[in-house]
Design a protein around this ligand. Sequence first.
Ligand code: ADP
Length: 183
Amino acid sequence: ACLIFVLQVRLVSPMFNIILFGPPGSGKGTQSEQLIAKYQLKHLSTGDLLRSEIATKTPLGLEAKNFMDKGQLVPDEVVIGMISSALDANPQVKGFLFDGFPRTEAQSEALDKLLQLKKTEIGVVLALQVSEEELKKRLISRGEVSGRSDDTEAVIVNRIKEYHAKTAPVAEYYKTTEKLIEV
Ligand code: ADP
């Protein structure tokens, strides 16, 4: 209830952008569905965008697949380019919900610049907190139903490693801007 209150107060500004932040398996996808429905935000999930590039076998998708299948992050230029195009393609929205992006410090700096060009900014960063043990359990059981090729134990271990090495520092960055809310 407290979280909803914070969001309602801050949603008064013309455009409101949220980052949903958290390790693999923390429930970003599920929480995104609820938030976009409630606040009519445009959902931008880099994971979903990459999987749709893979499904249609674009050159970008084929390049990204090599990294994703190993549980490694896709290069910054690739995901930043994808987000930049998605921002340009949606000029009239109430705001964006970034899901799984930014995942590196370079990506968060690029996002700040892209939003500045559009005369807007990040309103809040919601950081989902889940224990390591629970994450692994969820990812393995998701792998049994999702058909996602990166939900196998060895790849999951790598994705969590990448999260600690490259993505967790991004939360520290948003802490300094006082935009981070841990849930
Ligand atoms: P999860 O959060 O469970 O890892 P995602 O769908 O967000 O699921 O990401 C799946 C994979 O897609 C990641 O392991 C990574 O290879 C790639 N990916 C998604 N978003 C990014 C990003 N912002 N930067 C780099 N790679 C990304």
